[in-house]
Design a binder for this molecule. Structure first.
Ligand code: BES
Ligand code: ZN
Ligand code: ZN
Length: 463
C-alpha cells in the first residue's frame, strides 16, 4: 500500500542531485549513489546521485526506486520526494513516471509465510510550478500504472501450484469487477466443442483444465478500430514429453507473463477510462505429461482448420496462441492484432534480459508500437522476416509444423503465429528474456517477475 499525502511534513526528504560540491565532499553525486545528511532540526536529507545522466523515463524510475529501497532498508516509510529536477526536464509527465517508480521500488517478491507489509506515505514536493489539475491527472495515471505492473508481477511470481489456469482466470475476473471490462471465460468443454485443438491438445496434458479468457474493453463505440491483444497464459510449462532439463525448470511458472501483461494493460486502460477499443485474449493451460499429451509426430487440426505437425511438445506457446489469434480475427473482428509471449529461449541468447524481440508485417502498426515503447521506456528490437525463414516451418505431412531448424528460433516462432493472423496488421513480442530476471537489470526491478509489456501495451492502445 502506498498513500500520497500533502502539506504535512515528514522528517525525511529525498533530493536528486547531479553536482554536489556544495553539499558534502563524501558524496560525489555519481549515478544512483546515496548519502544521508542530517539537516536543521529533525530534518534528514537523502541525496541520490543523478551523475551526468539526463532525467528520462528510465533514469527517473531508477533513481526513485533506489531512494525508496534505501529508505525502507532504514525502516523509513514516510518521506517527501523532491521532483523538481525531473519536472524541470520533463514537465508534468515526470509526476506519473515518479509515481510508477515509487510502486516498483516498493515492490517485494511475494513471501509465502508471515511477513508484515508497512504502508508507504509519500509527499511529492517541488511540483508547485505545475497546474494542479494536470498534476492530479498524472498522479492518478502513475498510480494506476504502478498498481497494474505490481498486479502483473504478483500473478507471474505466483507459484504454479497456487495459480492453475482457472485460478488465473478467476484472479483477472475479480480484478476487473469494478471496471468497464467485460470478462468471458471459455471453459474446457466449450473449447473442445469449438474445435480449439491448439489449446485443448496442450491443456489436456493436465488434470487442471485449460480455459480461454476474453476481456472486452470497448470504450470508443464511435470508432471501428479494435486492437486485439493476445497473451500466452501457460501457468506451468514442463515441456511435456520433450521434457525440460531440471536446471531450466525454475521460472516455468512465469510462462504466463504475456497473459499477465495483457490483463495488466487492459486493467490500466479501464481504470483510467481511456477512450479506446481493446480486446484481450488469453489462452490458459498447463503443459505436462499424461496419456493424452501430444508427442512429436502427432498432427492436430487448429481452430482455423489448418493442420499442425508437432515436432516438439515444448513449443506449446505458439499452438495456443495460434487458436487465440484465429479467434480474435475471425470471431471478434479485431482490426490489428498483437501477441505477447515468453516464447523462445533463443531470444534470451540474442538480447539477454533487458530487450525483447519484436516482429511485424506492418510498418504503420509497428511505428505506433515504437512510439509506445519510447514513452514507456521498455526496450524492443525488431527482427526481420523473410520467405526462406517461412520455408523452415513448412511440413511434409501437415499445413505447418511447430518448430523450425536449429537457427532463427525466435523468428520461426513468430512466423508460425503470423500464419494465423489472416493478413491483419500484426506484431509479435517475445518477452522470454525481459519478463523474468534472476538478477535485476534496472534498479526498479526485483528478482523474479518484471511486469514486462504492461506499460507499452497501455500506451499502444491510446486513441
Ligand atoms: N516457455 C518456453 C520459452 C522460454 C525459455 C521462456 C526460457 C522463458 C525462458 C517455450 O515454451 C519453449 O520451451 N520454447 C522452446 C521452443 C523450441 C522447442 C522450438 C525453446 O525456446 O527452447
Ligand atoms: Zn515450452
Ligand atoms: Zn512455454
Amino acid at each position: 500500500m502506498i498513500s500520497f499525502f500533502k502539506d504535512n511534513q515528514s522528517s525525511y526528504t529525498v533530493r536528486f542531485e547531479s553536482k554536489v560540491e556544495e553539499v558534502h565532499s563524501l558524496f560525489s553525486g555519481k549515478y544512483l549513489e546515496t548519502f544521508f545528511l542530517p539537516g536543521v532540526g529533525d530534518q534528514t536529507m537523502l541525496y541520490v546521485g543523478l551523475g551526468d545522466k539526463a532525467p528520462n523515463v528510465i533514469t527517473i524510475k531508477e533513481l526513485i526506486a533506489k531512494a525508496v529501497k534505501v529508505l525502507k532498508e532504514k525502516n523509513i516509510y514516510e518521506f517527501q520526494l523532491d521532483l523538481f529536477p525531473f519536472i524541470r526536464a520533463l514537465g508534468n509527465r515526470a509526476v506519473g513516471i515518479a509515481v510508477e517508480g515509487i510502486y516498483l521500488g516498493d515492490y517485494e517478491t511475494p513471501f509465502y509465510g508471515k511477513k508484515e507489509r508497512i504502508e508507504l506515505k509519500v509527499n511529492l514536493i517541488g511540483i508547485g510550478l505545475l497546474q494542479s489539475e494536470k498534476v492530479r491527472e498524472e498522479l492518478s495515471k502513475g498510480i494506476t500504472l504502478g498498481e497494474s505492473i505490481v498486479w502483473a508481477r504478483d500473478m507471474v511470481n505466483m507459484p504454479g501450484n497456487k495459480l492453475r489456469p482457472m485460478d488465473f482466470a478467476r484472479d483477472i475476473m475479480n480484478k476487473m469487477e469494478d471496471t468497464a471490462v467485460e470478462c468471458e471465460v471459455v471453459v474446457y468443454s466449450q473449447l473442445c466443442a469449438m474445435g480449439m485443438r491448439g489449446i485443448t491438445s496442450i491443456g489436456c496434458s493436465s488434470d487442471n483444465p485449460p480455459c480461454f479468457m476474453i476481456l472486452r474493453y470497448l470504450a470508443a463505440p464511435d470508432k471501428s478500430e479494435i486492437t486485439g491483444l493476445v497473451g500466452k497464459g501457460v501457468t506451468c510449462d514442463t515441456g511435456g514429453y520433450c521434457l525440460k532439463a531440471a536446471d531450466s525448470m525454475m521460472g516455468i511458472k512465469g510462462d504466463m507473463a504475456g497473459g499477465a501483461a495483457v490483463a495488466g494493460a487492459i486493467y490500466a486502460l479501464a481504470k483510467n477510462k481511456v477512450k479506446t477499443n481493446v480486446i484481450g485474449f488469453i489462452p490458459m493451460c498447463e503443459n505436462r505429461i499424461s496419456s493424452g499429451s501430444l508427442v512429436p509426430g502427432d498432427v492436430i487440426t487448429s481452430y482455423s482448420g489448418r493442420t499442425i505437425e508437432i515436432c516438439n511438445t515444448d513449443a506449446e506457446g505458439r499452438l495456443i496462441l495460434a487458436d487465440a489469434v484465429s479467434y480474435a480475427v475471425q470471431r471478434e473482428n479485431v482490426t490489428r492484432v498483437l501477441d505477447v509471449a515468453t516464447l523462445t529461449g533463443a531470444v534470451v541468447n540474442m538480447f539477454g534480459f533487458s530487450t525483447a524481440g519484436a516482429i511485424s508485417d506492418n510498418n504503420d502498426f509497428y511505428h505506433d508500437f515504437e512510439q509506445a515503447f519510447e514513452i514507456s521506456g521498455e526496450r524492443y528490437y525488431r527482427l526481420p522476416i523473410y520467405e526462406e525463414q517461412e520455408r523452415m516451418i513448412e511440413s511434409k505431412i501437415a499445413d505447418i509444423k511447430n518448430m523450425g531448424e536449429s537457427h532463427c528460433g525466435t523468428i520461426t516462432a513468430g512466423l508460425f503465429i503470423k500464419a494465423f493472423a489472416e493478413e491483419r496488421p500484426w506484431i509479435h513480442l517475445d518477452i522470454a528474456g525481459t519478463a523474468w530476471v534472476d538478477k535485476p537489470v534496472f534498479e526498479y526491478q526485483s528478482k523474479g517477475a518484471t511486469g514486462a509489456g504492461v506499460t507499452t501495451l497501455y500506451y499502444l492502445a491510446q486513441p
